[in-house]
Design a protein around this ligand. Sequence first.
Ligand code: RIB
Ligand code: CA
Length: 306
Amino acid sequence: MDGGIDDALALILALRSPELDVAGITAVSGNVPVEQAAMNALRVVELLERKDVWVARGLANPLVRDPVRAMDFHGADGLGDSELPSPSLRPRAESALSLIKQESQGAGRRRLSIVATGPLTNIAAVFTEESDIVRRLDDVVIMGGAYGLTEYGVGNETPAAEFNIYSDPEAAKIVFESGVSLKCVGLDVTMTPGAQLSPREYATIKRSETDHAQFAAKILAKAMGREKRFALHDPMAIAMKVRPSLFKFQDYHVNVETKGEYTTGMTVSDRRDRPSKELQGQRIAVCKDAKAAAFKQVFLRRLMSR
Ligand code: RIB
Ligand code: CA
């Protein structure tokens, strides 16, 4: 997670979903610097009294590029400039990379899945350092990319590229080409109007009396005031593990552009009937449809129930 508003909402959903056994949370440089991302994850862990879940810091910068930030949207603190108190919890001393490797060895437990809601820097670094982790993982679900599968499947950071991929395209290329079982939830589905938080739904969150709903209302306040809607990108990636039946995937050959003057960070999906051999790329499961109303019902119930 890279410490933004939707990352925090996604963490609340994950930690309040009995279907998930959350091993830990890894912070990555993205919307905000990695230290801030870790602090924001700790705020959610503390809010939900889940000290059993560790938070660790990953790499402070993309693999080869300078960091790209999104503080104009998420606020300088990543949480809508909500000026929440600092958490008393601290991150683990170990790096996120070593803890991902450790958890993937988790003897006698279900195989580890990773849900990435930020740039893929940490995952690419782990895959590079220890390639056989790929076969130990159950799957990797990412919120990332724009695949042209719907009218919303276009870039948000540039006309061609989605923020998480654009922030570290070299890392994305490593993960996309690793052979891991990869499921991508892209802007094609997260930007569909029906999947976004409406002013009416925001009003119900504000009226809800639980601490976690009030936390959500605070961090959403500025963005909802400004945009009158809010894309639930990261909660949709988590929801894909909570209610997989709500999401429809199709395999496409996808390449990540790392050299384009105007297209760096683009997830180039070959949607032709006969994909050309030389451009093959890995076959990636890309989300082409989501039951938006049912997704929001799950999200809002978990956010507002005691
Ligand atoms: O493009 C949306 C993604 O970029 C979300 O994960 C948001 O938090 C930012 O990281
Ligand atoms: Ca994010």
